[in-house]
Design a protein around this ligand. Structure first.
Ligand SMILES: [Zn+2]
Length: 433
């Protein structure tokens, strides 16, 4: 698997080669930052001078199509593997794997079972296999043992640890005697407040300003540690957010007896496991239940979502239209903001900015989407098929491209002959010419 990832990365990396040979050893560092739920257009809701400083002196992609489902764990794992959900195996925040007969739940922080993460290899492990050290401050999955490894430095997940403490750890690791060359930093907002207030709330303005101040703090600390000019900083997110309302609720109990099925994951993509022998009854009851609910048998899930070929995708999924909320019963209550919807919807899209010696200055690319469908990875063939997918996922690819360009420049040299134009298109405009 690793060798295939490397091979794909070499191909991806080959086009913008010129930059790789001008980077000094102390410039071969990447810090990947995620502000959870930072929708692409939040940058323009209120003044965000620190984000705009990064854009002016670095690069930005305005519209990045992330992966389906547009939830936190699937997208964070895509960012560090370059794979779609059906290939990396983290298909939702709440999952059931019938082969393992095990459950996974972000809500209950039951996320530490290695087997849920081991259909792919995250970049912090690949980096360490190449002889370097990685450090992670709360990035999803970095405190899970994956393929028998942890990052060299990591913080066990604890939401109450402040942003400042997380930054302090990252700086400490980048400047220690045996420094890391790859850092991963995660912050829970604006996602938490976006769910709570709804993205349309005027109260989101101060929340976005606070994130901008946090970025300012990070920049200040990087400058103080003499890292700002040498480190390659990538600022991104996992997904956006859309406004929900009590007026737009789809109540499953109105259509379906709870005794017929298990609800593995909720809104807006209900993952439904019918009880033994009840598949047809469940499907018929739901198929035309509500005009804002589209119900798919697993094999009917659109190819463009790259979502059907994994055991953890349930036999039926019911997908709500944007802004609609799926509940079993209205008494459960809802959040005023949510995400998880179709990844083609602009409101689901995250931010992408980068700054550092590897990147161009003051450059904006309008949009990036995964390329058209290129085949699929059936269960059992996943390792073989993942190369194609690896090449396909834009956001993760960019990060992995930058990473490999910086760390494997000599090896890349020998791979120059293969230069598919599509892959070059993904990264080339962002990197130094
Ligand atoms: Zn999230």
């Amino acid at each position: 698997m690793t060798s295939k990832l490397l091979c794909a990365a070499f191909v991806l990396a080959a086009l913008p080669l010129s930059i790789t040979f001008s980077l000094q050893p102390d410039q071969q560092k990447v810090l990947l930052v995620s502000f959870d739920g930072f929708r692409w257009d939040y940058l323009y809701r209120v003044p965000t001078p620190h984000f705009h400083h990064v854009m002016k002196h670095g690069v930005r992609v305005k519209q990045v199509t992330n992966i389906f489902i547009t939830k936190t764990y699937p997208n964070h794992y895509t960012l560090v593997t370059g794979l779609f959900a059906e290939n990396h195996g983290v298909v939702a925040n709440d999952m059931f794997d019938p082969m393992l007969n095990k459950s996974f739940s972000l809500d209950n922080m039951n996320i530490y079972d290695s087997e849920f993460w081991e259909e792919a290899t995250p970049i912090w492990i690949t980096n360490q296999r190449a002889g370097h050290a990685s450090g992670a401050a709360m990035w999803p999955g970095t405190d899970v043992k994956i393929h028998e490894s942890f990052p060299a430095h990591y913080m066990p997940y604890n939401a109450s640890v402040s942003f400042e403490e997380r930054v302090a750890k990252i700086i400490e690791w980048f400047t220690s005697k045996e420094p890391i060359n790859l850092g991963l930093l995660y912050w829970e907002d604006p996602d938490d407040m976006g769910h709570h207030l709804g993205p349309d709330s005027p109260l989101m303005g101060p929340v976005i300003s606070d994130i901008d101040n946090k970025l300012g703090y990070l920049m200040q600390m990087l400058k103080k540690a003499n890292l700002w000019d040498t480190l390659n900083l990538i600022i991104t997110s996992d997904h956006g957010m859309t406004q929900c309302s009590e007026e737009r609720v789809i109540e499953l109990d109105q259509y379906l007896d709870r005794d017929l099925y298990l609800l593995i994951d909720g809104s807006p993509v209900a993952a439904i496991l019918p009880k033994e022998g009840k598949f047809d009854e469940v499907y018929e009851a739901l198929a035309h239940a509500h005009p804002n609910l589209t119900v798919y048998k697993k094999e009917e899930i659109p190819e463009r979502w790259h979502y059907k070929y994994n055991n953890r995708v349930q036999p039926i999924i019911a997908v709500a239209d944007e802004g609609w909320y799926i509940l079993q019963n209205k008494s459960e209550g809802l959040m005023l903001g949510n995400h998880g919807y179709d990844n083609a919807l602009a409101e689901m899209h995250p931010i992408f900015l980068a700054h550092g010696p590897a990147f161009r200055k003051n450059f904006t690319k309008e949009a990036m989407s995964p390329p058209p469908h290129r085949g699929h990875g059936k269960p059992g063939e996943r390792e073989q098929e993942s190369n194609a997918y690896f090449i396909g996922v834009t956001l993760g690819s960019i990060i992995v491209i930058v990473f490999f360009i910086i760390f494997f420049k000599h090896l890349i040299l020998s791979q120059i002959p293969a230069l598919p134009s599509m892959q070059g298109e993904i990264a080339q405009p962002l990197l130094q010419a």
